[in-house]
Design a protein around this ligand. Structure first.
Ligand SMILES: Cc1ncc(COP(=O)(O)O)c(C=O)c1O
Length: 367
């Protein structure tokens, strides 16, 4: 038996084996929170761009020939939309997050991160030369204690890493308190807005756009509510310029296709319009209904805690058989003993769809 076979059979025994399965049934799983991935306007824009001969690939890194007018236009538009000095567009949110943590903090620095930040931040933090301290989830006191310890240990710069809305629990961070904490201690704050962008904040700008702090850096992923792909880093001119000069994942990677950048920009334009607002309003109504039935934080991400890994898979399968696509999330994505179904709401859903789902769920587990 190879080590891979051994590991795979261990995963099967633990009910943690994963495999790919195509979408089937009502989508209660994807991060297409505002139904943008199939927006007719985006289709028109894509077809018109193809008709006009847009290249399918960028064919080079942004610093070489891969920098296209569409990337530049998106970055200018996004800086205005997210109210920051500059932005930088990456092929994926993972790449952008990893690049932030491996590029900006150095070995004299300390990164203090929320225990629930995404794997892309965790991997970047682990690969960074900076020291790191894990802080209890959303606990301002824990962050402050860690800052004071880092300062007394002689840290140069301190970096706080949090998310606006946590992807497996659906709860929201006290963003204004984190901004104040960062200001008070002259720390950088890296705010991952992956699950907030497009949905939360005025015009869907996320939760960080309203704060002025030159050390605030936000990350907006473009494959969730924006319905396309990529990641946009927002920050000061200095930070973005430094990323262009030093972020290896940016420098040594082929730029995203220009069509992708064009579609992200169009998506942001729609999100800022009355169409975007209508979608957010409908989503808010659905969130209210689900919170009344299943609890949660009243956001578009609702954890349905099951606990046991095998049972979570069984419940997901049973719901699939009833026509609902909702996947089981197991460790290591979530903590041991907290396997769950992650219900992801979208403005494309109708109330009647969710009423049917709540009934179907009630037939399988006690709610
Ligand atoms: C909080 C968070 N940050 C970053 C990412 C990575 O974004 P992307 O999917 O664009 O690579 C994700 C994706 O799941 C995420 O949930």
């Amino acid at each position: 038996m190879t080590k891979f076979q051994k590991k795979l059979s261990q995963l099967k025994e633990q009910n943690r084996f994963r495999s790919l399965s195509l979408p089937a049934g009502l989508d209660l799983t994807s991060n297409d929170y505002l139904g943008m991935r199939s927006h007719p306007r985006l289709r028109e824009v894509a077809l018109a761009a193809i008709d006009s001969g847009i290249d399918f690939g960028a064919a080079g890194s942004r610093l070489l020939r891969g920098h296209c007018a569409e990337h530049q236009a998106l970055e200018i538009f996004a800086a205005d939309y997210f109210k920051c000095e500059k932005t930088l567009y990456f092929s994926s949110g993972f790449q952008a997050n990893y690049a932030l943590f491996t590029t900006l903090p150095d070995r004299h620095d300390v990164i203090i991160f929320d225990e629930l930040v995404h794997a892309s931040a965790r991997d970047g933090i682990q690969a960074s030369h900076a020291k790191s301290i894990k802080a209890k989830h959303n606990d301002l006191n824990a962050f402050e204690d860690a800052i004071q310890k880092a300062r007394s240990d002689g840290a140069h710069n301190i970096w706080l890493a949090v998310e606006s809305l946590y992807s497996m629990d659906g709860d929201v961070a006290p963003v204004s308190d984190f901004v104040n904490l960062a200001k008070e201690y002259d720390a950088y704050l890296i705010l991952d807005e992956a699950h907030a962008s497009g949905v939360l904040g005025e015009d869907g700008r996320g939760l960080g756009a309203d704060y002025q702090h030159e050390r605030l850096i936000t990350l907006h992923t473009c494959g969730k509510a924006m319905g396309v792909a990529g990641g946009i880093v927002c920050g000061s001119e200095e930070i973005v310029s430094y990323m262009i000069n030093a972020a290896r994942g940016f420098i040594y990677s082929t730029a995203p296709p220009p069509l992708q950048a064009l579609l992200v920009q169009k998506s942001l334009e729609i999100l800022a319009s009355s169409d975007g607002q209508k979608r957010r309003d409908h989503l808010a109504d659905l969130c209210g209904y689900v919170q009344g039935e299943l609890g949660g934080e009243g956001t578009h991400v609702v954890p349905i805690l099951i606990g046991d890994d095998g049972r979570a898979v069984e419940v997901s399968e049973a719901l699939k058989n009833k026509g609902y696509d909702i996947r089981a999330i197991r460790p290591p994505t979530v903590a041991e003993g907290t396997a769950r179904l992650r219900l992801s709401l979208s403005s494309d859903l109708k109330l009647v769809d969710l009423e049917g789902f709540v009934d179907a769920l009630g037939d399988i587990v006690q709610i």
